[in-house]
Each structure stands twice: as structure tokens, then as C-alpha cells.
Design a protein around this ligand. Structure first.
Ligand code: HPA
Length: 243
């Protein structure tokens, strides 16, 4: 069987429709992961699902223990991770409900424990391409098979949160070339690379980014749109081939 890690974000707390096998609590030298890892079987896949924000959404984006979460996957022998995130759309082509498989990213977070390489253990990973091209291709193919339209490419800018952005920030991010904005991709993707785990992201556009619409943003809207996208995300996973 091929082991695959799945990180669920806001509004994607469960993956249903797969055979539940067991739940594994992992402890790490970096502290506790957000939740236990739940194992599901599906065809030739052994999926390990982790709730990024904890079971009751206990950990907001700036307080997630990203190091423990990724180290837990590494301890479980996971070599491939698909992560799911809720995002605001900056690119004018995007609409709420759209799915994006980003091609690159900008880290605008601060104060997060973002590396395993500390004193006496320095290593500078190459991060020109933050996402695994193989997994991106596999997810794009799954989207085609599942008949779920998905944008392939686009730059995800990660803010620190938990507040949403100002209109001026979004205008600046737009000029930098950012297409979508969220709060959780970094340092998660970089830590996965440090652990030599292939990682790719699937983002749901849950709202128009701040200032690009006259409507006020609320976190309820984000969660509601993630729920609406839930069926599409499940279809994507059900169409994953063995990786
Ligand atoms: N900004 C930042 N994070 C988000 C957004 C947003 O507009 N929507 C969902 N997560």
C-alpha cells in the first residue's frame, strides 16, 4: 500500500467515505501535533489524515505547531502529503468555490517556528519550486478524472493572521504577483521539504480577497464555502491513483 498524508484545513475536518482503520497519537520532540493521525484505506492507498487546526479548531493559523505536525508524518513514514487550505482570491479570474493547485508561494509570516535546522545543524534547502511537481500533476489528473475544474498554477501568499488583510496589503500582494492569500501554507511546506517529504497544496477560494469586493469578510463565510467545496474535495481524493 502507498502511504499518503492529508492535511485538512478550515472546514475540512473529516474525510468521509473511506474505510477507517485506526487513530494514531504521535509525540514529537517539538511538542504535540494538532491532533491524532487518522488512518483510512482506499484502494491501494493508506491515507493518514491530520486536522491542521485541531479537532475543535483549537489552533489558529499562527499557533499551529507546524514542526510537530510534519515531524509526526515523518515518523509515520509518510513521503507524500496533500494539504488543503482555504484562501482568498486575489486573481480576478478566481471565484469563491474555485479550486487552485498553486505553483509557487510567498512567505509573509513572522514569529512562527519555521525550521528544523537550528544551532550546529544548518542546512539551506533549495526551495525554488516549493511544491512537488509529481504530486501537482497527480492532483491535476485526479481533478480531470473527477470532473472538478481546477486551476493549475498561481502564487499563494501566506500571511501571519489571524486578522484578515487590509485592502492596501492585497493591492501590494497583487503587484508582487500573488494570486491567492491564506494563512497556513508556510512554514508547513518548507518543513515538509526539510524532512524530504513531497508536498503539494490544493486551495479552495472561499472569498474574494479584502478590498476586491464591497462585501465584508467573515470567518463563517470561509468555513461555509469550504463545506460547500467538501464534496469536490472528496471527489478529488477518490480519484487519486496510487502515488
Ligand atoms: N485571507 C487570508 N486567509 C484566508 C482568506 C483571506 O481572504 N480566506 C480564507 N483564508
Amino acid at each position: 500500500m502507498t502511504k499518503v498524508g492529508i492535511i485538512g484545513g478550515s472546514g475540512l475536518y473529516e474525510i468521509e467515505g473511506f474505510e477507517f482503520i485506526n487513530e494514531i497519537k504521535v509525540s514529537t520532540e517539538y511538542g504535540d501535533p494538532s491532533d491524532s493521525y487518522r488512518c483510512f484505506h482506499f484502494g491501494d492507498l493508506e491515507l493518514y489524515f491530520l486536522n491542521r487546526h485541531g479537532r475543535n479548531h483549537s489552533f489558529p493559523p499562527h499557533l499551529v505547531n507546524y514542526r510537530a505536525n510534519i515531524d509526526g508524518f515523518s515518523q509515520l513514514g509518510i513521503k507524500n502529503i496533500f494539504s488543503f487550505t482555504a484562501t482568498g482570491g486575489i486573481n480576478r479570474s478566481y471565484r469563491p468555490g474555485d479550486i487552485v493547485i498553486p505553483g509557487n508561494g510567498i512567505d509573509f509570516t513572522n514569529g512562527r517556528r519555521h525550521t528544523y535546522f537550528e544551532e550546529n545543524n544548518v542546512h539551506h534547502i533549495d526551495f525554488t519550486e516549493p511544491f512537488c511537481p509529481v504530486l501537482r500533476g497527480i492532483m491535476a489528473e485526479a481533478a480531470e478524472r473527477a470532473n472538478v475544474p481546477a486551476y493549475r498554477g498561481g502564487t499563494y501568499l501566506c500571511t501571519n493572521g489571524p486578522r484578515l488583510e487590509t485592502a492596501a496589503e492585497i493591492r501590494a500582494f497583487d503587484r508582487w504577483g500573488a494570486d491567492l492569500v491564506g494563512m497556513t501554507l508556510f512554514p508547513e511546506c518548507a518543513l515538509a521539504r526539510e524532512k524530504e517529504i513531497c508536498y503539494t497544496n490544493i486551495s479552495v477560494i472561499t472569498n474574494f480577497a479584502a478590498g476586491t469586493t464591497t462585501e465584508k469578510l467573515t470567518s463563517d463565510e470561509v468555513v461555509a464555502e469550504m463545506h460547500r467545496a467538501g464534496e469536490k474535495l472528496k471527489r478529488l481524493m477518490r480519484n487519486l491513483p496510487a502515488v
